[in-house]
Design a protein around this ligand. Structure first.
Ligand code: PLP
Length: 473
């Protein structure tokens, strides 16, 4: 191995020199929204410090970090708020471990990020999955039927906690408040993974925040939608009855003992940014968005999805009949990088712009226009099977049983009706298509094949390439 090379530095540097336009996370948009910060290039590193005298300690905050977290808590109206240096992942893990003891029954959104599943597995909880409704035409997951949730509470009166994702990766929202109220009537604590909604608390036209809808714990990926460094997230507790001692214990166990001051500094900045985002800034952000949409709509063949039940900072664009993956590639060839794609859409994450901030919307739409005029690979989309829509179901095996069971690898063809032993996750969005303990159906396999045929990226074991899945014996 050549120890004189720095491969990661090399690719990052090359990428930066291409002057890419960012429509993806993190929210600081290649630093564009962070220009008022140090602004002197590498002098940024002067802020990469440690627990020196006067610099406080994330794991025992008494000074500047305590003050910054208190400002965060005051802004979001929480009982207590925390800076997280390992993303919403650690927020979900710690919140779940705090509220669940082994064997506890938990109601969980099936459309959840893998970190939620990992939390449940570590806690040895007994999940009851709530399957959101899927819009059959667009293939987008939305909210839940309240009657199904009520039925779940009757079928399982011992449910201790409820963990939901709001909004989805695509920015879709649903009527969360009645669900939270129902869970509270059943004496459940409600944890909301609002990773994609830290800006909701700014107010209209952004959807209502779970912080304002009665949730007991809310996790925010500040780095996704606010100008913060990657991994910078928030965790808010909004109920004095929440087991805060357990939560703080798990945060201290799961987070590094050397938290990055750059990340923490960016979290202080992100809080400041959101808290000082005023009516003119909102108007400006929305007018710039409108400008982008109007330019995109002028491009032949390109469609922009506009819906009322969606975060305005998530823009779903499509070329009817062409896969979202192909559209994403065409954009990328033109130097415009979407956050993700699926069979139907490329997903753009728009910036929260303060009044007067320049963002290259015009350049981006010109590039997209040029790219789509050229011939690019266009694979027709066949409708992929929806592998769930509505309903409630537990796992076929408990986490304890799974630990004991041997595993074998079988071909895709032989996997239907067996119990999955490993997670299969298209990434992004990081929502497992199959999870351990779940019974595999023909629709799962069809969907996996479909996504693979269009070049979706998967986080899955190497065997997956040989069209094999791990199942329990
Ligand atoms: C809904 C949701 N929750 C949690 C996470 C994990 O967030 P982080 O990357 O901040 O750890 C993600 C990441 O994509 C996500 O989409």
């Amino acid at each position: 191995m050549d120890q004189t090379t720095m491969p990661l530095y090399r690719v990052l540097d090359r990428f930066k020199n291409k002057k890419p336009v960012s429509f993806h996370v993190p929210g600081h948009k290649n630093g564009l929204l962070m220009q008022p910060l140090p602004g002197e290039g590498l002098s940024f590193l002067q802020y990469d410090l440690t627990e020196l005298d006067g610099l406080d300690d994330l794991h025992h905050p008494e000074g500047a970090i305590k003050e910054a977290q208190e400002l965060l808590s005051a802004y979001y109206g929480s009982t207590k708020s925390y800076f997280l240096v390992n993303g919403s992942t650690v927020g979900n893990l710690a919140a779940i471990l705090a509220v669940c003891r082994p064997g506890d029954r938990v109601l969980v959104d099936r459309n959840c990020h893998k970190s939620v599943l990992h939390g449940l597995q570590l806690a040895k909880a007994r999940p009851v999955f709530l399957f959101p409704e899927i819009d059959g035409e667009l293939g987008l997951a939305g909210g839940f039927k309240e009657t199904e949730i009520e039925q779940a509470f009757h079928a399982y009166p011992d449910i201790k906690a409820c963990i939901l994702t709001y909004p989805t990766y695509y920015g879709m929202v649903y009527d969360l408040q009645p669900i939270i109220e129902m869970a509270h009537r059943h004496h459940c604590l409600v944890v909301i993974d609002e990773a994609h909604g830290p800006h909701f608390h700014i107010g209209a036209p952004f959807p209502a925040s779970a912080m304002d809808l009665g949730a007991d714990a809310v996790v925010h990926s500040a780095h996704k939608m606010l100008p913060a460094l990657t991994m910078g997230s928030f965790l808010h507790i909004k109920n004095a009855q929440f087991p805060i001692d357990r939560l703080e214990y798990y945060l201290s166990v799961l987070q590094t003992s050397s938290p990055s001051y750059l990340i923490m500094m960016s979290l202080d900045y992100a809080r400041w940014y959101a808290a000082n985002f005023n009516a003119e800034d909102i108007r400006y952000t929305m007018s710039q968005r409108k400008f982008l949409i109007s330019r995109l709509k002028e491009i032949k063949g390109l469609e922009v999805l506009e819906r009322g039940d969606q975060d305005p900072l998530k823009l779903l664009v499509s070329c009817p009949g062409v896969s979202g993956f192909d559209l994403q590639s065409a954009f990328e060839h033109a130097g415009v990088y979407p956050e993700m794609a699926d069979l139907n859409f490329a997903v753009l994450v728009l910036p929260l712009l303060k009044e007067g901030m320049a963002f290259p919307y015009s350049e981006a739409s010109d590039r997209i226009n040029r790219a789509l005029k050229q011939d690019f690979p266009k694979r027709k989309v066949r409708k992929a099977p929806v592998y769930f829509s509505g309903g409630v179901a537990g796992l076929s095996l408990s986490y304890e049983e799974m630990e004991e069971r041997p595993v074998e690898w079988v071909s895709f063809g032989a996997a239907a009706d067996r119990i999955a032993a490993k997670t299969v996750t298209p990434y992004p969005p990081g929502v497992p298509l199959l999870m351990p303990g779940e019974r595999i159906t023909a629709s799962h396999i069809e969907r996996i094949k479909s996504l693979r045929a269009y070049g979706a990226k998967f986080q899955a074991d190497a065997h997956f390439k040989h069209e094999q899945l791990a199942v329990y014996l």
